[in-house]
Design a protein around this ligand. Structure first.
Ligand SMILES: *Cc1c(COP(=O)(O)O)cnc(C)c1O
Length: 469
């Protein structure tokens, strides 16, 4: 499989190089040159497969030529073997023909484990073969950091540096990062906010002199391997509910358009999905596009669903590429305009094309809490605030009651106690068994000033298993 850039000017790469690349050299994002397409008979033959075997069939075309079948099978079995539930991604029924897909049974209790557990193992496999070491730098407001550290902790060839804003992530989220100890794991608390952390990552990619030739790898949601891994659970859920001879709809809590873009790809690969609902919080740039063809930048609003607090959606460019007949020059022109004006709209017929599949809703904190209480009252299920936004959007935007509606359950409620408390439901959620002693575990973390040179100096001093590069 070859991958091309959404802006049309960067060289095509194979899977292995895309795995190790961040942005394409023309500033675009990598996408498959040709999407695999499965027949209904083929998809039907996967009914009842264990998760890792389904994952092998869905993802095999994407890694073809880079990862041998036997290796890929072993990696997938290991990856999904660490999940706490035997079904890996179980479905829980909330109402009539309405289901939550529980994507929080992984080590860090959020859906990001599906991709980052795999990404860490793929990196290790590829780097061992190449006899190469890399440095990962990432910024997190919570979920990505812990999932990335958990995914990479066993990688001999990776040193991972995760920056979070000092005193601005929840205690559970901080401890999920800082209690994973290892020579190659480096938590940095920055005396600044999340944007300061992200800016330092960006600046480090732009000028890598401080790395003395060591390659820098990105683990944010623009990494193609993350999108690829998320396609699988759309197939998994739909097959449980009668696909491919019956259609299914999905409602997806989204910020960077990564998770829902994976659903869009699943549909283009042959899975009969009749509706995809974009569910956002007050940071609603995606809702403004889907409801009115206005992709206009706004300021950032802090919400009770912080993992979706974004101003622009980094993966939206991948949808724009398809809406423009995969014309990279057209996408580059649109994004240049967006960069200077902060505004973007597409031609009417392209927008109408998007609306054939996508609906959307923006849900504020008050409605989020109300939905947590409503669902708890109806069936005793306790939702996290992100998932609750998905449920609200599903209930308000649903096109057909006859078609099963699946809401992606993106996190365990224990990660976001503030929203659960505000919802006023009786019982506070408890930590699952594998994290029961989280508050007793020793932590390791370095506090640094909001200063690029200090951070880069720290990476240079510790980037080789705790020793200087
Ligand atoms: C990251 C995250 C999201 C948003 O995912 P996108 O890929 O940005 O769409 C939603 N919910 C939770 C809990 C998350 O951690």
């Amino acid at each position: 499989m070859r991958y091309i850039s959404t802006r049309g000017q960067a060289p095509a790469l194979n899977f292995e190089d895309v795995l190790l690349a961040g942005l394409a050299s023309d500033g675009g994002l990598y996408v498959p040159e040709n999407l695999p397409r499965f027949t209904l008979e083929e998809i039907a033959s996967w009914t009842g497969l264990p998760y890792h075997e389904l994952a092998f069939r869905v993802m095999r075309p994407f890694v073809a030529g880079s990862i041998a079948d036997a290796d890929f099978k072993r990696i997938l079995e290991e990856t999904y073997g660490v999940f706490a539930h035997k079904a890996v991604a179980p479905l829980t029924q909330l109402g009539a023909n309405e289901w939550v897909l529980e994507l929080f049974q992984g080590p860090t209790l959020a859906f990001k484990d599906f991709a980052l557990q795999l990404l860490g193992r793929l990196l290790d496999h590829v780097l061992t073969r190449r006899n190469e070491r890399v440095v990962i730098m990432g910024a997190t407001s919570g979920d990505t950091g812990s999932a990335a550290i958990e995914g990479c902790k066993a990688c001999d060839n990776v040193d991972i540096f995760i920056m979070h804003p000092h005193n601005r992530v929840s205690e559970v989220q901080r401890r999920q990062m800082t209690t994973i100890l290892g020579d190659n794991i480096h938590n940095i608390a920055i005396e600044g906010n999340f944007d300061d952390c992200q800016e330092m990552v960006k600046a480090s990619f732009a000028d890598q002199g401080f790395l003395k030739g060591t390659r820098l790898v990105a683990v944010n949601s623009i990494n193609w391997a993350r999108i690829m891994a998320q396609i699988v659970y759309y197939f998994h859920a739909a097959l449980q509910l009668g696909a491919p001879y019956r259609s299914v709809a999905f409602s997806v809590p989204t910020g960077n358009f990564g998770d829902i873009f994976a659903g869009y790809l699943a549909r283009n690969m042959g899975l009969p999905i009749n509706q995809l609902i974009v569910a956002t919080n007050r940071n609603d740039i995606l809702h403004r596009f889907m409801s009115g063809n206005r992709y206009d930048k706004d300021t950032l609003h802090a919400s009770l669903s912080p993992s979706m607090d974004i101003m622009v959606s980094s993966n939206f460019e991948r949808l724009l590429f398809d809406l423009h007949g995969r014309n990279g020059a057209a996408v580059a022109a649109l994004l240049d305009t967006f960069k200077t004006t902060g505004k973007l709209a597409v031609e009417d017929d392209r927008w109408t094309e998007a609306r054939r599949l996508f609906d959307s809703l923006a849900v504020d904190d008050e409605a989020t809490c109300r939905t947590i209480a409503e669902v708890y009252g109806q069936c005793g299920e306790l939702l996290d605030p992100h998932t609750a936004i998905g449920v609200r959007a599903a209930r308000e935007c649903r096109r057909s009651l006859a078609i099963p509606m699946v809401i992606l359950g993106t996190a365990h409620p224990v990660k976001f106690p503030e929203a659960v408390e505000k919802a006023g439901v009786a019982q506070a959620p408890a930590l699952p068994a594998h994290l029961a002693d989280l508050f007793q575990r020793p932590e390791r973390c370095t506090v640094l000033a909001n200063d690029l040179k200090a951070v880069q100096g720290f990476v240079g001093q510790h980037g080789n298993r705790g020793k200087p590069l």
